[in-house]
Design a protein around this ligand. Structure first.
Ligand SMILES: NC(=O)c1ccc[n+]([C@@H]2O[C@H](COP(=O)([O-])OP(=O)(O)OC[C@H]3O[C@@H](n4cnc5c(N)ncnc54)[C@H](OP(=O)(O)O)[C@@H]3O)[C@@H](O)[C@H]2O)c1
Length: 150
């Protein structure tokens, strides 16, 4: 999301002034005429960050309320979590190895770091503030040593 605030060459268009922010969202169906989708269902969508919208069923993806909070479907169980998981499959990860993540406190980096930790790696990373460093150390299990914080 941060990257799309800058106009530049990218695989995704940048945000436009005056338009709703778009990106993944999770919400509740309040009315439905579609088979298989009923009021009360929790769904993810990509139709803009807004309180209400009308969408076609194929644009909605039902998710289970058994996993809470539902925002996890926008992170670890969503597109950024999938990116972290897929990224780790592109490199050779072995127990006991050290792995470094830039942008470590971001949506992708923080999950990738935790997945690497679960695979027995020593995980280090860089982030842009002490608050982010504390999050990485205390909540994500990154190694407790940092230098050159911006
Ligand atoms: N291909 C895919 O499907 C896919 C999916 C998701 C993400 N991605 C890519 O993976 C990367 C990380 O995504 P994310 O969702 O984790 O991002 P994010 O949560 O928005 O984190 C981005 C972080 O990058 C750091 N950064 C360094 N230089 C920057 C700059 N010039 N402008 C903005 N941020 C800068 C900032 O952290 P610090 O201040 O801590 O350095 C920023 O918070 C992005 O490049 C994104 O495009 C790809």
């Amino acid at each position: 999301m941060r990257g799309r605030m800058n106009d530049g060459k990218s695989y995704m268009p940048c945000f436009e002034l005056g338009k709703p922010l778009d990106g993944g969202a999770v919400g509740e169906v309040i009315e439905s005429r579609a088979e298989g989708i009923t009021p009360g269902d929790a769904v993810t969508s990509n139709l803009g960050w807004r309180e209400y919208f009308v969408g076609m069923p194929k644009a909605l993806h039902p998710v289970s309320r058994a996993i809470q909070p539902l925002s996890v479907y926008l992170g670890a169980l969503g597109m950024t979590g999938m990116t972290a998981w897929a990224g780790l499959h592109l490199v050779e990860i072995r127990t006991g190895k050290t792995i470094f993540f830039s942008g470590a406190a971001g949506a992708v980096g923080s999950v990738a770091g935790q997945l690497a930790k679960l695979r027995g790696c020593r995980v280090i990373g860089s982030a842009g503030s002490m608050e982010k460093v504390a999050f990485l150390r205390e909540e994500c299990g990154f190694e407790k040593r940092s230098q050159n914080v911006k």
